[in-house]
Design a protein around this ligand. Structure first.
Ligand code: C2E
Ligand code: CA
Ligand code: CA
Length: 635
């Protein structure tokens, strides 16, 4: 309001003094006051509230009393807002008196609990008790309300229809300022849906979605608890690492859907083989673990491993296909092998790898020598990594002889490790360790680089672009998706025609994925590479693939050649392989031709090519080149 001074009173009119711009002119006020003694107007100016009371005295004078009523007005507005909040809040609200009798509840309370307001007023919130919490729980709750003036937490309550539900509840003690009376206000949210999501979350965080079994997280915590229990009770527990043999092949050949169904069935079979108190989890693709509590003797564990193995071996039908699966099981025992969970896990894993290495399908109990072997392997792999970096490998060459004219027409490239201390090492000392490790592809690249470089030298020294070099290909290398384009790239980089290269594949290698193999071999064939089947006769020897695969040559395994001079059944096998090759119009080569007699017999058998110590042992490139020149010149 403007400030007026009494001195200038004559200059003001009625409106200036009353500031009553509410449509109340002097005349309207006069008219109103004719019928009443007074009247009140509330007015809002610049967020402040004023109350004007007009009186008429002796029908002659007007009295205007104006008061700033902002504080009262705000309280009123807050109260109104509070009332609106109270009624429309999504939270259920209960107000009780100091004795706990319900004074009022809001609509959400009714919606959540199912009670009408009239049904609860005057009662205590005990009508909502679910019976789930014990006395202790409520005592702590009320202690907190009394001492800290509030409590908040999760509580299970019961709806009118008997349904029990979880709620998030805050209780506060408050004081009514006007009457200084204590009362309680409880605000709660129904968290049923939240809880369900939580439960799902908990389930997914601790379980494997595919099989419904526990997952690695739960396994690790369970193992720790088991070990603690064993320590307290002085009992034994066993840990089994279970790996499904050749599962990758099932997945790759029949697809992930079949693979998934297989894992589910396997999980079920393992579960059916164990007791309720044992714990099973799936911790990786085809890896399961079992924790067996209260182990009395090792025999118990072995019997269980046998039982599981037996159940898994039963034919398994998935989508009309019958599978015969086996497991590799590694076992470690607490406290016999280790006294903490990390080591127990490590040892069960080591034992499982031992089973895999010994041909899968079985179980092994951990023992110290396994770790020694494992650490030897790791040391060797580290040395090999170093050897790759330091370029300690070299390719040696062994001649391939054309039996009909006795000329060297090619060579097989064989890797050697020039070990700084142990001298030149043959692949038997390292090839498995390389193929088992992540460096296998780097090794394969190194072989290709060296061999192609050597072919350039061979071409310039022998001046014979028909000369063929055989390269051994590992399964991992062959099944690389872009294997074909990689080796085509190598040929282009070194200006070498694929026609000069023969790729040696093992029949076991290509048979495992016959469809992919036949396509890949066809592509390689189209690019001009020759394909030979190495160690023929030692693998599946399924004849059908000879018809379907575009291979060029069979290499008769040296084990048949070794004794075929005396051993008639070996000789019959060699003859059969040669006949077979001729039938399919393939070239045939004998490996391990150690003596002139071997060679002479092969000549009579119409074998196309021969390779062996009787001609030369694998030798470094320069030695091999001079050897070849003199060998071919001499004939
Ligand atoms: P393989 O492919 O069967 O190679 C033939 C092996 O027989 C060679 O052993 C060779 O030295 C040996 N050999 C040749 N003639 C005779 C003989 O008259 N008598 C006897 N007793 N043995 C003979 P090496 O060089 O020790 O190679 C062993 C294996 O290592 C090879 O067997 C091959 O599977 C693998 N290998 C060699 N080099 C490579 C390579 O560069 N890459 C891959 N992935 N594997 C390779
Ligand atoms: Ca070979
Ligand atoms: Ca061979």
């Amino acid at each position: 309001m403007n400030h007026l001074t009494v001195k200038d009173i004559d200059k003001y009119n009625f409106s200036d003094i009353t500031q009553c711009n509410l449509g109340f002119t002097f005349n309207t006020i006069k008219d109103k006051l004719k019928f009443t003694k007074s009247f009140v107007v509330e007015k809002n100016v610049d967020k402040k509230w004023f109350q004007s009371i007009f009186y008429m005295l002796d029908f002659e004078f007007f009295v205007h009393v104006c008061e700033d009523i902002t504080p009262q007005k705000q309280k009123e507005i807050h109260l109104e807002q509070a009332a609106v909040f109270y009624e429309n809040s999504n939270e259920g609200i209960i107000i009780t008196d100091v004795k706990g009798k319900i004074i009022s509840v809001n609509s959400s309370f009714c919606k959540i609990t199912g009670y009408l307001k009239d049904e609860v007023i005057g009662k205590t919130p005990a009508i909502l008790n679910s019976g789930i919490h014990d006395r202790n729980f409520y005592d702590t709750l009320w202690d907190s309300v009394q001492n800290n003036a509030s409590w908040r937490g999760e509580i299970w309550n019961k709806r009118k229809n008997g349904e029990i539900y979880p709620e998030w509840l805050s209780i506060a003690k408050a004081v009514n300022a006007k009457y200084s009376e204590e009362f309680y206000i409880a605000i709660f949210t129904d968290i049923t849906t939240l809880k369900e999501a939580d439960k799902k979350l908990y389930f997914y965080a601790n379980h494997d979605v595919l099989t419904g079994l526990a997952n690695r997280v739960q396994f690790e915590s369970n193992l720790k608890t088991t070990i603690e229990g064993c320590k307290r009770r002085r009992t034994q527990a066993a840990l089994m690492f279970i790996d499904l043999d050749k599962f990758k092949e099932v997945n790759d050949t029949f697809g992930h859907n079949v693979g998934d169904e297989m894992l589910k069935s396997i999980a079920k079979r393992i579960e059916q083989s164990i007791r309720k108190e044992d714990f099973i989890a799936r911790i990786g693709g085809d890896e399961f673990v079992l924790i067996i509590n209260d182990v009395k003797t090792q025999e118990d564990v072995i019997n269980l491993a046998n039982k599981i193995n037996k159940n898994i071996k039963e034919p398994l039908t998935i989508r009309d296909k019958v599978f015969f699966m086996t497991l590799s099981i590694g076992i470690s025992i607490f406290p016999l092998h280790a006294n903490n969970s990390e080591e127990l896990i490590k040892y069960a894993d080591v034992a499982m790898y031992e089973v895999k290495e010994k041909g899968r399908n079985g179980y092994r109990l951990y023992n110290q020598s396994m770790t020694d072997k494992m650490s030897e392997k790791i040391t060797l792999q580290n040395q090999l990594k170093n050897a790759l970096k330091k370029d300690e490998f070299e390719m040696y060459y062994q001649a391939i002889i054309n039996v009909s004219n006795n000329k060297i027409i090619g060579a097989e490239a064989l890797a050697r490790w020039n070990h700084p201390v142990r001298g030149t090492l043959a692949p038997a000392h390292f090839i498995d360790f390389i193929e088992d490790s992540s460096m296998n592809l780097e090794f394969a690249d190194m072989v290709f680089t060296k061999v192609l470089h050597d072919i350039q030298t061979i071409n310039s020294k022998l001046n014979n672009h028909e000369f063929k070099v055989s390269i051994n290909i590992s399964a991992k290398q062959f099944f690389l998706q872009d294997f074909v384009s990689i080796i085509v790239g190598f040929c282009e980089d070194f200006y070498i025609s694929p026609e000069q290269i023969e790729l040696e594949l093992l029949e076991t290698q290509i048979m495992n994925h016959s469809e992919i193999s036949s396509k890949k071999i066809e592509q390689l064939h189209e690019k001009g590479f020759r394909i030979s089947i190495d160690d023929f006769g030692t693998g599946y020897s399924s004849l059908s693939y000879l018809k379907n695969f575009k291979v060029d040559k069979l290499k008769i395994d040296q084990s048949f050649i070794r004794d075929f001079l005396e051993d008639m059944s070996d000789r019959a096998i060699v003859e059969a392989i040669i006949t077979l090759a001729k039938t399919f119009k393939l070239k045939v080569q004998a490996e391990g031709v150690e003596t002139k007699e071997h060679y002479a017999l092969l000549q009579t058998m119409n074998c196309d090519h021969a390779q062996g110590y009787t001609f030369n042992k694998p030798m470094p490139l320069d030695v091999f080149l001079s050897f070849t020149q003199s060998y071919n010149d001499a004939k």
